[in-house]
Design a protein around this ligand. Structure first.
Ligand code: FEO
Length: 398
């Protein structure tokens, strides 16, 4: 039988580890993930969140290692996305808890998932429930990252259950921050923010202010993915403040693809121009890079330069994919440029320019394009574009 892991006097982790998932709705999870559920013991045992549907058995085994699951008094559903609620219906059917607590939007979303008349109890910010020996209070965290998202705070134990927020896709059986390698988790936490939370950065800043004003200073933060923050929970809170602020940095990201090497030649000259002018550059070919890795690199970039060949009078499909993805992430304060090689119709490159404009990217130059293979003059213009972009970054940093 799989075992629960004790994380505090009364709280056990009863989640599941998904070691081998490598694609989480289009996000490359190279280190797998966890679906964290927590069991709070006491007079009214409480289950906080469940797991992805196929891990129901694993979660139930872990609960059984501590107590009879049918003695669980209540369930809290902090977030209705299916990686946390997929097993909820089955869990409710087998445990038959007295109550299931959700936010108003949580009830709406779960009804959309299960198409049943769910008799769940709606809670909102400020509501508190007595669990016998301790109290749980609720803080709605709308749009972090779904409209239903909610935090639950175990008051005496001073543990904050934060659903997706402050989590990361990282499969580990070491359940605490201080048991995991910071070099690894920092990247995975940043990648999670860049791909999941970034569009809601303004809400993050307001929410961090709100929990500060509420005087919440948890000794542990227990998210629904990755591990529990206990050594220094404020570390991840501070990182969220930093990422959400989206301040300028002297870094440029070049995203491109190539058919016969021409657009790549241009990309490499632009990169060299940026580099010679003192800017850190990341050059990513979409032939070799997953879109969620691009999002990670964009998180601390101030320039986005996009290069594409033209195929059948369209931009290259890999660029269409990543642009669609990045548009949704709504990164702020970007400058950018467009470049590429075409055969006889360069117009599609203007589509990229227009897409960047719609993304509120400040374009530093008209589209730099060339028919077929770039000559020396074009490559020189590419270097100049790199230098100009670097200068524009410097202006933003000043
Ligand atoms: Fe981990 Fe938004 O689900």
């Amino acid at each position: 039988m799989m075992q629960a892991v004790k994380i505090s006097e009364k709280v056990y982790w009863v989640g599941a580890i998904d070691w081998n998932i490598r694609d989480f709705h289009g996000y490359s999870t190279r280190r797998g993930t966890t679906y964290n559920a927590y069991l709070i013991l006491g007079e009214k045992p409480t289950l906080v969140d469940t797991v992805k549907k196929e891990f129901y058995g694993e979660m139930m085994q872990r609960i059984q290692s501590v107590m009879d699951p049918t003695k669980i008094h209540q369930i809290i559903s902090n977030h209705s996305e299916l990686d946390h609620s997929g097993a909820l219906a089955e869990t409710v059917a087998s445990i038959r808890p007295q109550e299931v607590y959700v936010s108003a939007m949580g009830l709406k979303n779960l009804t959309g998932h299960f198409h049943e008349n769910l008799k769940f109890k709606i809670v909102k910010t400020g509501d508190r429930i007595d669990i016998g020996g301790d109290t749980i209070s609720f803080v709605e965290a709308r749009m972090l990252h779904w409209p239903d998202s909610m935090f639950s705070y175990l008051e005496k134990e001073n543990i904050l259950f934060s659903n997706d927020v402050f989590g990361m896709h990282y499969a580990t059986n070491r359940l605490f921050d201080d048991e995991n390698d910071e070099h690894i988790w920092w990247t995975e936490a940043a990648k999670y923010y860049a791909n999941i939370v970034l569009p809601y950065s303004d809400i993050v800043l307001r929410f961090l202010q709100q929990i500060k004003q509420m005087g919440l200073s948890p000794r542990m933060i227990a998210p629904d993915h990755g591990f529990v923050w206990r050594k220094n929970p404020s570390q991840i809170v501070d990182l969220y403040g930093e990422w959400a602020a989206q301040k300028a940095a002297n870094k440029a990201l070049i995203v491109y693809d190539t058919m016969w090497g021409s657009t790549e030649k241009m990309a490499r000259q632009i990169a060299d121009g940026l580099s010679s002018a003192g800017t850190q550059v990341k050059l990513l070919s979409m032939h070799h890079t997953d879109r969620s890795e691009v999002a990670l690199e964009l998180l601390n970039s101030t320039a986005l330069l996009v290069g594409s060949p033209v195929l059948n009078s369209q931009i290259f499909p890999s660029l269409a994919d990543v642009l669609c993805y990045l548009k949704g992430l709504r990164k702020k304060n970007l400058i950018g440029a467009v470049f590429g090689s075409y055969g006889w119709n360069g117009a599609p490159l203007e589509d990229i320019y227009q897409t960047l404009e719609k993304m509120q990217v400040q374009l530093v130059a008209p589209v730099l394009k060339t028919a077929f293979v770039p000559d020396e003059e074009t490559l020189s213009k590419c270097r100049d574009l790199g230098v100009v972009t670097s200068q524009k970054i410097a202006e933003k940093l000043a």
